[in-house]
Design a protein around this ligand. Structure first.
Ligand SMILES: NC(=O)c1ccc[n+]([C@@H]2O[C@H](COP(=O)([O-])OP(=O)(O)OC[C@H]3O[C@@H](n4cnc5c(N)ncnc54)[C@H](O)[C@@H]3O)[C@@H](O)[C@H]2O)c1
Ligand SMILES: O=C(O)C(=O)C[C@]1(C(=O)O)C=C[C@@H](O)C=C1
Length: 306
């Protein structure tokens, strides 16, 4: 493969940055991958497992002379991290982020980006319930979407070069308006996570169930919920706090639908339930036909949790 950036700096060394480092180094897409993490423990693990070519103890060091800087920290930390590295960015460099929410990250990061540095926000639609420096793996982005949400004044050449990197890591790229991205992701990712957290919380309240039966008789459907509900609390706290309006809108619609189904059950309206489930089954089949189902539960085998 061709080198796309001479030096890539990864800020935050968790699942996404770790997976990027594995993919970039495995495919030779950069001459050097430098990593920085805030906590000494994370840096130590990253050094132990040889996650990057170099790990530094200071964010400004990591970004000095980097051609691409990737902000891979929780959404709420993007602004402060951008402020810290901004004075040290190389003219002509590109800064991207991998945050699950786009508009609030843009609002927090863009004001810090100096003239002559390109900011191309992005979001890989790929992940697992695991986090931290050991969680990453090179094939995470294979055949998954990686959305870019460039700003009106984003340099097209900088965005195209980032797209090249993303595609070379195995992902498919598309561009979207940030606010539209946040609404789409509220439907496809954020509200479903909240529902999974809630469902597992409900089971937890039923002590009789939780004590033994929830483990012993855990059905596949509930197990899928528990996988999602095991996702990183900091990351998801920040997602909901920073995509508040869209998530609340979708949860409002969800509640209305839930009442419709609840009423159908109460009234014994089997036809309504059958018709509803027939429509939703078609959506699932559409996702599989589009090649978007990658059997997420297998991720646990690929990358053991911390
Ligand atoms: N996990 C997923 O499924 C997934 C998928 C796509 C995008 N994302 C987004 O990618 C970003 C990183 O997620 P991840 O799953 O790699 O997380 P992670 O928890 O595995 O890693 C996050 C890293 O950020 C560091 N960090 C945390 N708080 C920080 C702070 N205040 N300042 C500096 N560093 C800090 C942590 O030490 C860690 O190194 C998030 O913005 C998340 O929304 C996650
Ligand atoms: O498979 C999972 O564990 C995920 O939840 C990944 C997932 C998603 O909802 O699809 C989670 C958050 C992201 O921002 C992108 C991907």
């Amino acid at each position: 493969m061709t080198v796309i950036y001479d030096r890539v700096a990864l800020i935050g060394l968790g699942l996404i940055a770790g997976s990027m480092s594995h993919a970039i180094r495995e495919k030779g897409l950069a001459r050097e991958v430098v990593g920085f993490a805030r906590s000494a423990g994370t840096r130590e693990v990253a050094r132990d497992i040889g996650l990057c070519d170099r790990i530094t103890d200071c964010a400004p060091d990591a970004v000095a002379d980097a051609d691409l800087v990737v902000l891979a920290v929780p959404v709420g930390a993007m602004g402060p991290v951008a402020a810290e590295i901004a004075p040290h960015l190389k003219p002509g460099a590109t800064v991207t982020d991998v945050g699950s929410v786009k508009q609030s990250v843009i609002d927090a990061v863009a004001p810090h980006i100096p003239a002559g540095v390109h900011f191309v926000p992005g979001h890989p639609l790929a992940g697992t319930e695991h986090s931290g420096p050991r969680a990453g793996f090179a094939s995470l982005f294979q055949n998954r979407w990686w959305l870019l949400t460039p700003l009106p004044d984003t340099d097209p050449a900088a965005a195209a070069r980032l797209s090249d990197l993303v595609r070379a890591m195995g992902a498919k790229t598309d561009t979207m308006e940030p606010a539209h991205h946040d609404l789409v992701l509220a439907v496809t990712s954020h509200a479903p996570h909240l529902i999974a957290y809630t469902m597992v919380g409900v089971a937890d309240h039923l002590r009789r169930v939780t004590d033994e039966e929830v483990i012993q008789y855990s059905a596949a459907g509930f197990r899928d919920f528990t996988r999602i509900a095991a996702s990183d609390p900091t990351m998801w706290r920040d997602v909901f706090l920073h995509n508040k309006e869209a998530t609340l809108d979708i949860l409002g619609r969800f509640t209305e639908e839930l009442f419709v189904l609840q009423r159908a059950i109460r009234m014994g309206d089997g036809q309504q339930l059958f018709d509803y489930f027939t429509r939703t089954r078609a959506i699932r089949r559409g996702i599989i036909e589009a090649g978007q189902d990658t059997a997420a539960p297998d991720f646990g085998r690929v990358s053991p949790a911390r």
